[in-house]
Write a protein that binds this ligand. Structure first.
Ligand code: ATP
Ligand code: MG
Ligand code: MG
Length: 556
């Protein structure tokens, strides 16, 4: 386990516990079920659930479901799956903001009775005009001085469905001249006849996010309500609502910066556009920065948690290179993944002095430092495959692989020498004729040094596998932040990497065919690969996704 790294939120919690303000902490992760979670949410999950674990507190999972049109049970399920898969447990049952529709309504009535909320008939456009701007104060709504009785009556009738959608809102009566636009009599209820994924058609009025969020936190007894920095300007409203209703709990909101991952997008809406346009195969396409996508790509929960720890939590910019995520994943897979050999782009090699029809084999460990992973037999026969990249007729400087007339060691096996290069009419190498040095099994050749070691497979023993080689989805580090000559943002879909997926038929050791879906391997010298969660069929069909390459081991 990596050491705990402190941050400003931990410092606040330490103080609150030391001063006796709280005996223990309660946090929450409050996604809106309007899409699949992405790597930015993973940061928030690791923060909220991680704090609860470290401080022996609790963390709730709450669906922030107050926008019925965009929300669905599919998304709820995917959110639960993602949180569990990352290795976290929420306290008790999943919570839903929609569970609180009745108390939210009752508090609104309380605010009306206290003269602190009113029913407003301005439409959206008028409301905008009355709202003012950053530099200009707003104007009071002409409906602001309705009597309490009239407001109570109208609000009840809004709830009862007497008015058309959008014709009235309930607004707080705060301050239209506030420097903070969020405090200018914000709308807390709107009329919308939309079917809700949980409450069905029970309600035709729905509470707004700012109003719902603070009350939901208070109902659940949240101690530290952590959100991203764009909510900083909403904090006065969060506090105002809780200060003006009779609720016995006032959680404190603290903001931290959003994660932005280069060469990826961290916005559900934009990821949704990729899915809708068919530019990826779905939310869980292995190229997607969603948790479901990263899972399918083969990233490990431990790797993502390590990443979250490394990027830290602060109020400063959090723009992170993909290599940090890949590095953390690679580090966790190094010790976890058994190693086998695969050849992605084979050339046939005939071992001319190896007897035909004979198989020799040698046991090889699945991991050099983990004998408990066991071992398997690696067979050799007269015809083998090596990687096309591991042969160069005219080798570049420092070449340590096979070359015409040169020698190389086959991993776990003999040293071979290339005697003849066979090409087709186009000059492409189609076969190599090599001889093995029979005295080099498990020992160095006599009188010379052979430094290079390459991976290989016996043709008749290897199986075929479909291997999907993924690269970054975008060619631009910040695909949604590029502006054209007109100063407008360029559509991020223009920066999709046309080479983000290459599918090859590779050869792999036959042991992998039995593997369950989502089994991670290191293919020696190539990288980490995972059997596909859906398409790999144990015993029938091997389908792999490349998770991440190995750090390049030879000089570029
Ligand atoms: P999106 O714009 O992708 O829909 P969101 O903030 O609207 O993101 P929510 O479902 O409301 O998505 O997010 C749930 C929690 O995850 C919130 O507390 C939010 O602050 C946090 N979160 C979302 N995106 C990020 C990010 N990029 N980095 C860190 N935390 C994030
Ligand atoms: Mg949100
Ligand atoms: Mg959003």
């Amino acid at each position: 386990n990596a050491p705990v790294v402190s941050n400003f939120i931990r410092n606040i919690i330490d103080e609150d516990l030391a001063s006796g303000k709280h005996a223990s902490i309660v946090t929450r992760f409050p996604p809106e079920p309007n899409g699949y979670l992405h790597v930015g949410h993973a940061k928030s999950i690791c923060l909220n659930f991680g704090l609860a674990d470290d401080y022996q507190g609790k963390c709730n999972l709450r669906m922030d479901d107050t926008n019925p049109e965009k929300e669905s049970d599919e998304y709820v399920q995917s959110i639960k799956d993602s949180v569990s898969w990352l290795g976290f447990k929420w306290d008790g049952e999943v919570r839903y903001a929609s569970d609180y529709f009745q108390p939210l309504y009752d508090y609104a009535v309380e605010l009306i009775k206290a003269g602190k909320a009113f029913v407003c008939d301005l439409n959206a456009e008028e409301m905008r005009a009355y709202r003012g701007s950053l530099t200009e104060p707003g104007k009071n709504s002409p409906y602001r001085d309705r009597s309490i009785e009239e407001n109570l009556d109208l609000f009840t009738r809004m709830k009862n469905g007497e008015f058309p959608d959008g014709s009235k809102t309930l607004r707080l009566k705060i301050d239209m001249s506030s420097g903070n636009v969020n405090m200018r009599d914000p709308v807390i209820y709107r009329i919308r006849r939309a079917h809700h994924h949980r409450t069905g058609d029970t309600w035709c009025i729905y509470p707004m996010y700012d109003y719902t969020h603070c009350i939901s936190d208070a109902i659940e007894g949240i101690t530290h309500s952590l959100c991203t920095l764009e909510f900083e300007d909403h904090r006065p409203l969060y506090d105002w609502v809780l200060d003006n209703i009779s609720i016995g709990c006032h959680p404190r909101q603290y903001e931290f910066s959003r994660l932005e991952l280069l060469y990826a997008l961290t916005s559900k809406r934009k990821l949704q556009a990729l899915v809708n346009d068919g530019l990826v195969t779905g939310w869980d396409d292995p190229r997607m920065p969603t948790i479901a996508g990263m899972r399918r790509r083969g990233f490990s929960p431990a790797g993502i948690r390590l990443f979250a720890q490394r990027i830290g939590v602060s109020r400063g910019e959090n723009i992170i290179d993909m290599s940090v995520l890949e590095g953390a994943v690679r580090e966790t897979l190094e010790a976890e993944a058994p190693r086998v050999m695969a050849v992605l782009d084979p050339i046939k090699v005939t071992l001319t002095n190896f007897e035909e029809g004979v198989t020799a084999s040698r046991a090889a460990p699945f991991h050099p430092h983990h004998p408990e992973f066991g071992e398997r037999e690696v067979p050799i026969s007269r015809e083998i495959y090596i990687e096309r990249d591991d042969f160069a007729e005219v080798p570049p400087p420092k070449w340590q692989r096979l070359t015409a007339g040169g020698e190389v060691r086959l991993r776990y096996s003999y040293v071979i020498k290339c005697d003849e290069v066979i090409k087709d009419a186009t000059g492409r190498v189609v076969e190599l004729k090599c001889s093995i040095d029979h005295d080099t099994l498990g020992q160095n050749p006599v009188g010379r040094k052979v430094k290079g070691v390459i991976h290989w497979l016996s043709c008749e023993h290897a199986i075929e596998a479909q291997v999907r080689l993924y690269d970054r989805l975008f060619t631009e580090p910040r695909p949604d932040a590029v502006r054209g000559e007109d100063g407008e943002y360029v559509d991020f879909r223009q920066f999709l990497n046309p080479h983000s997926l290459a599918t090859v038929t590779a050869c792999v050791e036959d042991v992998v065919l039995k593997a369950e879906p989502e089994t991670r391997y290191q293919f020696e010298r190539l990288g980490y690969f995972v059997t596909d969660r859906y398409e790999h069929q144990p015993g029938v069909k091997a389908v792999f996704n490349r998770t991440v390459g190995l750090k390049d081991s030879w000089a570029k």
